[in-house]
Design a protein around this ligand. Sequence first.
Ligand code: ATP
Ligand code: MG
Length: 394
Amino acid sequence: MDKVILIKYGELSTKKGNRNFFINTLSSNIAAKLSKYDVSIKKDRAHMYIEFKDSELDNIRRDIEKVFGIHKYNIASIVENDIEKIKDVVLKVINDNNPKTFKIETKRSNKNFPIHSGDVNNVIGGYVLKNISSIKVDVHNPEMLIKVEIREKNAYVYYKEYKGAGGYPVGTQPIGMLMLSGGIDSPVAGYMALKRGVKLECVYFEAIPHTSIEARNKVIELTKKLAEYTNYINLHIVNFTKIQEAIYKNCREDYCITIMRRMMYRIMENMCKAHKGFAIINGESIGQVASQTLVSMNVINSVTNMPVIRPVACLDKLEIIDIARNIGTFEISILPYEDCCTVFVPKHPVINPKNETAIIEENKFDYKSLIDEALNDIQTIKVRAEEKEFSDLL
Ligand code: ATP
Ligand code: MG
């Protein structure tokens, strides 16, 4: 029996004006994701149909469950538009599952099909009852709900619904630049932004020799995990060593983190301009550490007019960890290598910094030229989900 993966656009249809753009983006994302399989993808106004080889179904399912914009999908049997054939397929499906009660629900978008949908329900239901003596119809709470869709070319019979990744197709929003550290929070923030359709680029601030190559590799591994939800992700690695050293040499210790983060934001704003990014995204969470009190965020944020999106701002750490476990980043994030934030932590970072003080402290060194230097010393790596070797230096 021929089968097909059936994806309904129902959940995307709220985007009336943009419907075609959303559907086309979704279908090219699916095509890219499934390019390694022997599949054929077709679409009409209401559905996308993916024909596949049975032996590849498990892998295909695993992959399409990482494509945002699919809320649920079915695996349907394809049947000729012939009531006798449809009856037989439904009977087989029921026999294979052996439920005590059932219900048939028919949709007939092909108005040339000679039997109305209510009558199709009755004809098929009657046929099932005649052939299986122990089974009953239950219209309110059936053990098995079988859907029959009669469309232009074929009819589709299915009963199981699978959960997709939800969200909007990646690429329906422009680029957002994620500040990606090796911690737990920022990969989760990246995942949440991708889920809203944002095309993600990542920025990692590195402070070699104070941070190790292992810390960098960890960020690369995290980027690979995020890339599972899209085609590839550009990871920009900023050499932050001189800025960090200058801060610790020249500024009041309790303001070092505040100033370091202001420098990061300044660089992020420049990166957004250079890469057509429309927002800075990060893993800040209100109250988590001294630099993430509302007062700190305000002082840090005041160096840029770019929108700063903080997807995990209002989540508990345990809620963030739950998501991190689900997306497979947690195990990577808890590897021990320190990143530049954790290397230079002052004993008592200021919790309620003042903007004027931050300005005085950061003007104790020529940060503008150091920022320019850092912007000229960026390595960009194109990271794909399944790359084992990391050779794709741009
Ligand atoms: P995470 O928040 O990812 O668990 P963390 O807790 O070590 O890492 P924080 O000190 O809480 O990081 O920093 C808050 C946010 O700032 C991070 O979520 C991340 O978005 C960004 N950030 C911190 N350090 C770096 C870095 N070295 N490179 C890029 N972004 C960073
Ligand atoms: Mg954090």
